[in-house]
Design a protein around this ligand. Structure first.
Ligand SMILES: [Zn+2]
Ligand SMILES: [Zn+2]
Length: 92
């Protein structure tokens, strides 16, 4: 297990803290064999632990993949907005 932390500004709560990777589109169901690595940077966002936990507490993996597969959709959700606003007020 790697414990190295990436620090930066959380994209959802704007705090400068340790970030985690959240995959907007977790697993593709395509059965195509592709040897080339697909670098879909849009499918990955960097969020802090608290925001990340909230995303997964509010919605399950399938809902996230189907309904929250872009950052715009995540921003547009009221429950998530409330969570991010709450996290933004936390000092740590
Ligand atoms: Zn955050
Ligand atoms: Zn995640």
């Amino acid at each position: 297990m790697q414990n190295s932390k990436t620090f930066g500004t959380c994209i959802t709560c704007q705090r400068y803290t340790a970030l985690t990777k959240h995959h907007l589109t977790p697993k593709k169901r395509h059965k195509k064999k592709t040897k080339k690595k697909i670098d879909n940077l849009d499918a990955l966002i960097m969020v802090c632990r608290k925001c990340h936990d909230g995303i997964h507490d509010l919605y399950d993996e399938r809902t996230l993949a189907e309904q929250f597969n872009t950052l715009e959709k995540i921003y547009a959700d009221e429950a998530l907005q409330k969570h991010f606003a709450w996290v933004g007020k936390c000092k740590k």
